[in-house]
Design a protein around this ligand. Structure first.
Ligand code: AGP
Length: 631
């Protein structure tokens, strides 16, 4: 969703911008660009389509290193694009500059009223060169700057921003003020790393972490003016606000594939340790109560009081986080006997949901920055609900706004296709369910203990699946050329079918859908023939027999069927399983309620090997970005 950076200081500016952008590459890779002020006080702009490396390849060796002594101040801005308005080409790449090259600007977000602004500026003679929503901002600023006496650029910014609708984080510079860098935030993340006589603006603290250990988190509708004298912050009404400089506690992003060909495969293999880490200190023994002490409690919240008073849970999130939430619904409702609803954050926030102070909103987000989920959090808080977030980033916008923060503890996930965070989020939801069931006495103690004991064994079960990942490879080759593929399951593994389909879609671009196996006969079965493989997930328990019947129904329509089942089912039900499925993948025996944690792993491998086989860009699939900060 675009990553932006800006630097003011005495270090060579171009290498610094490029290094910072590298840490933001997960946000988009449609194009990259930088602009810096040269010794003649002119903006030098470089842009390239595609990944950051393409920009690096066109940068002159000495670009931005400065020709004068180290006392010279350098200023520059940079951008990584995930295209929203205008094709992913060089013309639409940022930075954008005013017609007279006076102002240069980078943007993350969407200017919703760009069309009106563009029409009115064009009518006044402004020449537009790109199709972006961003370009109107730079021209508007230039127009207002020219109409002012040039003495107060903050005022110009305030005037301009009052005309903008939408979500935006901006970093910009003007040749009139060559020792000033400006940063603006409104519903899109932006931070300022604070060093000794130098400052680094970025969309994410990870880009700052290798350079600085102090940080300012800009708030919505704030403008920062950064100069050698320090950082001044103003709100849109022109009032000056005291900047809050906080210690930055995260380490630099470790970009290391640890011998694997792709981050995705590395992260799939990290899952046993991720589960251990996520359980550590929270589930210490079967007869010990779950300890869900939050990483952070904001707004003076008392987590115990909040969890004691709730009578309903609404889980919200997007994509994989949404799927993890669905698994949580099955688990928590079974154990706690309170209603749990799961809704896509993008839908939830626009339908005036009914919540009150007894509703717990569980906001699921790996990044903690997903715009729809963040807005759902804000809306729920305004309506009086308490918000708990399960996130992998304790420093994120969602974590800063939720009442209770439970960390997924999965470690940095680089692959755009989420794997280990799905499993880690489910673990935390399970712990929440166990904890609520314990305090409310809603589930038999013996069964709670059995679940806890089972959870402690999950890392070993995943290890067993990962001990021979290659068994999935032949299937990937065999089915990797299908145009469509269905994943079906029932009960708590239905969300796993959704997740399996999502993994396959996003990295192989094969059309895949996850369905409840029971839904197949209500429509999708009409599509089935020998060209559409159907992968069924069947774990012994409540819905095994029914799921097997549904798989047989698919086979009866000539679909090529793949089964994903457990080793014990292969012993007890060998005949029917072998009769139903052309190919079978197995996972070790696992209680049905815990099975999503294990069953998801072969599906991740299946998607991975298909994408690999098809020669796709596994870690950075086309059109996607790791953090979706636009609606
Ligand atoms: C997962 O593989 C996807 N890349 C995507 O669906 C992701 O889960 C979604 O955008 C939500 O992100 P979040 O967890 O950071 O909020």
């Amino acid at each position: 969703m675009c990553g932006i950076v800006g630097y003011l200081g005495k270090k060579p500016v171009v290498p610094l911008l490029v290094d910072s952008l590298r840490h933001l590459e997960y946000r988009g890779y449609d194009s990259a660009g930088i602009a810096y002020l040269d010794d003649e006080n002119l903006f030098q702009v470089y842009k390239a389509c595609g990944k950051l490396v393409n920009l690096e390849n066109i940068l002159p060796e000495a670009a931005g290193n400065g020709t004068e002594s180290s006392s010279t101040l350098h200023l520059g801005i940079g951008h990584i694009r995930w295209a929203t308005h205008g094709a992913a080409n060089e013309i639409n790449a940022h930075p954008h500059t005013s017609n007279d090259n006076q102002i240069a600007l980078v943007h993350n977000g969407i200017i919703e009223n760009f069309y009106e602004l563009r029409q009115s500026l064009a009518a006044e003679g402004v020449q537009f060169s790109s199709d972006t929503d961003t370009e109107c901002v730079v021209h508007l600023l230039n127009k207002l700057n020219k109409a002012s006496d040039g003495s107060n650029f903050i005022q110009v910014l305030q005037q301009a921003l009052k005309q903008l609708k939408g979500a935006y984080a901006l970093t910009l510079a003007s040749r009139d003020n060559p020792d000033r860098l400006y940063a603006v935030r409104n519903h899109a993340p932006l931070v300022i790393g604070v060093g000794s006589e130098e400052y680094l603006v970025a969309s994410d603290a990870v880009a700052v972490a290798s350079h600085h250990n102090k940080i300012i988190y800009l708030k919505d509708r704030e403008i920062a003016e950064i100069s050698p004298e320090g950082v001044r912050i103003f709100n849109l009404d022109g009032e000056e606000v005291q900047p809050i400089i906080e210690p930055l506690n995260i380490g630099p992003l470790q970009i290391d594939k640890k011998g694997f060909k792709h981050f995705m495969m590395k992260e799939i293999h990290e899952q046993p340790d991720v589960v251990r880490n996520s359980l550590a200190g929270r589930l210490v023994g079967v007869d010990q109560p779950i300890d869900l002490t939050p990483q952070v409690s904001n707004n003076g919240s008392d987590p115990t009081a909040i969890l004691n008073q709730i009578d309903r849970i609404v889980i919200t999130g997007c994509g994989t986080s949404f799927n993890a939430g669905l698994v949580g619904k099955y688990f928590i409702e079974e154990l706690v006997r309170i209603p749990v609803e799961v809704e896509s954050a993008g839908e939830y926030r626009y339908r005036n949901p009914v919540v009150n102070k007894k509703t717990l909103i569980v906001a699921m987000s790996q990044s903690g920055e997903t715009a729809d989920t963040l807005e759902a959090v804000r809306q729920s808080s305004q309506q009086g609900a308490k918000v708990l977030t399960i996130t992998n980033r304790e420093d994120s916008s969602i974590a800063r706004e939720a009442d209770i923060v439970l960390s997924a503890r999965a470690g940095v996930e680089v692959s755009v296709c989420a794997t280990k965070t799905f499993v880690a989020q489910i673990i935390v939801l399970y712990l929440l369910g166990l904890s609520l069931a314990e305090t409310r006495g809603t589930y038999p103690t013996e069964q709670l203990q059995a679940l806890k004991s089972g959870l402690l064994k999950v890392p070993t079960l995943i290890e067993s699946v990962l001990s021979n990942p290659e068994v999935v490879q032949p299937l990937a080759k065999k089915y990797g050329h299908a145009r469509d593929l269905l994943f079906i399951a029932r009960g708590i593994n239905y969300p796993v079918a959704l997740e399996g389909a999502l993994k396959l879609k996003e990295i192989s671009y094969i059309h895949a859908e996850g369905y409840s196996a029971s839904e197949l006969k209500h429509g999708p079965i009409a599509m089935l023939d020998e060209d559409i493989p159907v992968l069924s997930i069947l774990v012994p328990g409540l819905v095994f027999d029914k799921s097997l019947s549904n798989a047989q129904e698919a086979k009866a329509r000539d679909a090529r069927s793949i089964g994903l089942t457990t080793t014990d089912a292969m012993v007890d039900q060998a005949g029917p399983l072998e009769d139903t499925f052309e190919d079978i993948l197995t996972i070790p025996q696992v209680p049905e309620l815990l099975s999503p944690l294990v069953a998801t792993v072969p599906l991740q491998l299946f998607a991975y090997y298909i994408a690999e086989h098809l020669g796709k860009d596994v870690d950075q699939p086309r059109n996607l970005a790791k953090s979706v900060t636009v609606e």
